[in-house]
Design a protein around this ligand. Sequence first.
Ligand code: AMP
Length: 120
Amino acid sequence: MAYDPNNVFARILRGEIPCKKVYEDDFALAFHDIAPQAPVHVLVIPKGAYVSWDDFSKTAPDAEIGGFIRAVGAVARQLGLDEPGYRLLANTGRDGGQEVPHFHIHLFGGRVLGRMVAAD
Ligand code: AMP
């Protein structure tokens, strides 16, 4: 699938749509999910134009992958989640339930999160 430069996260990256920013560096932007499903529900997105985890893991340069992974960890620590713990999720493609076609990691925390996979 070709990258759609008008997807909602691309527009957030360009500052065309506001977000509740948590963290930003050269590789990543993190902001609160608009419809939180846990006490903490933050999205971490790469600054580069990648459709999905599949696209990112296949085509991003090593520096971008490294920088992004470091950023995800930094966001969790900044939010104080490293000690109690948290969950990362990357919905990918149709069966993964991905709605926004710009790669993103969901970061959930703030309570014991229970079962790992929701059926729907
Ligand atoms: P996914 O199903 O993994 O593609 O998840 C997309 C997520 O983006 C959902 O949890 C939405 O609530 C969230 N979302 C959609 N639009 C916005 C927005 N403008 N600001 C913050 N989060 C958003």
